[in-house]
Design a protein around this ligand. Structure first.
Ligand SMILES: [Zn+2]
Length: 329
């Protein structure tokens, strides 16, 4: 069974390019350089901040109610349940009369750490949905590479900007929070505060969690699918709507200027049980992100079965207050 480990061909390319790989762990650049998914049944492995995925599916460049942006990043891959959730959300939004959604990053073809932009999005269960609800025509994929993100939050982050954040935004966030299998919807704490002002006590708010950034998009995260025994959920959101004094913490000096702590100990090892990235892969002649076309799942050469061991080391949950400034989840 294919599992998470670094690939060798991209490593060679990296060395040729003068980029050295650390002696321990698997550099994110290797994961980012894999053009296609690992063949096999879909399985999320590890957790969203330290994991990978086999059998990932690509979200098409566009569909009913959505248009994916920044396709050249090749981060439109995820567990089929995630791809279905994004499609479902877009369909519901369209039925509610909302304009097309811009869909941002999902994950890399085999998940794993990303060299920049996100700390999570590693196990195929995270997706960024932009909160731009302005009317939009169908835009060519190439033009979607440079669409600017606009914040919906006041400069002091005390609330969403009342001139920009509308009931339609709240409606879309609620739709996301009520998706089957949803774990969390991360939004800027100012957006959460505004949602609390209008919807306190409503059950869906439990799944809408405050975080830094996320002032122009929301981040949806699914719980582990049933087909992924090595997937590791973080603890579920606390009970209640989350409209409590904890929200005020985000405005505190401690939250605004968190102490930077040097990482201690060796970097965490990604799922260590095998060879997901070690397998050779066929060249992707059909892959052309600039044309917005993505290949079907890559067929891999048969490889020896790797010994089965259980997945990834774990990290802290997102509801923990961050010990250092996090990258975008
Ligand atoms: Zn995200």
């Amino acid at each position: 069974m294919l599992r998470c480990m670094p690939l060798r061909l991209p490593l060679l390319l990296l060395l040729v390019a003068g980029v050295s790989a650390p002696a321990f762990g698997q550099p994110a650049s290797q994961w980012a350089s894999v053009p296609g998914p690992a063949q096999g049944p879909a399985r999320s492995i590890g957790n969203t901040s330290l994991g990978c995925i086999q059998g990932a599916e690509a979200l098409p460049p566009e569909g009913p109610g959505w248009q994916a942006v920044r396709l050249s990043r090749n981060r439109n891959w995820g567990h089929p349940a995630l791809v279905a959730a994004v499609r479902d959300l877009a369909r519901r939004a369209q039925q509610a009369g909302l304009p097309d959604l811009w869909i941002g990053d999902l994950g890399q073809p085999r998940g794993g750490p990303l060299p920049w932009g996100h700390a999570s999005h590693q196990s195929g269960l995270d997706a960024d949905i932009w909160l731009d609800l302005s009317p939009k025509p169908r835009v060519p994929a190439k033009a979607r590479e440079t669409i600017p993100e606009r914040s919906l939050v006041l400069p002091d982050e005390s609330a969403a900007d009342p001139d920009l954040f509308t009931k339609a935004h709240a409606r879309l966030i609620r739709m996301a929070a009520e998706l089957p299998g949803i774990d969390r919807v991360l939004v800027n704490h100012g957006i959460k505060r505004s949602l609390c002002a209008a919807h306190a006590g409503e059950p869906w708010l439990r799944h809408v969690r405050p975080w830094r950034g996320h002032d122009s998009h929301m981040h949806i995260r699914l719980r582990c699918p049933a087909d992924s025994p090595e997937c590791r959920d973080i603890p579920p959101p606390p009970h209640g709507d989350g409209c409590d004094a904890g929200l005020d913490w985000w405005l505190s000096p401690e939250a605004r200027n968190p102490p930077r702590r040097a990482p201690s100990g060796p970097p965490p090892r990604l799922p260590a049980a095998g060879s997901l990235l070690r397998h050779p892969f066929r060249p992707l002649s059909r892959f052309s992100p600039r044309r917005g076309r993505h290949p079907p799942p890559v067929a891999f050469h048969p490889a020896p079965r790797a010994p089965h061991r259980t997945g990834c080391p774990q990290r802290r949950g997102w509801d923990s207050r961050p010990a250092r400034v996090p990258r975008r989840p």
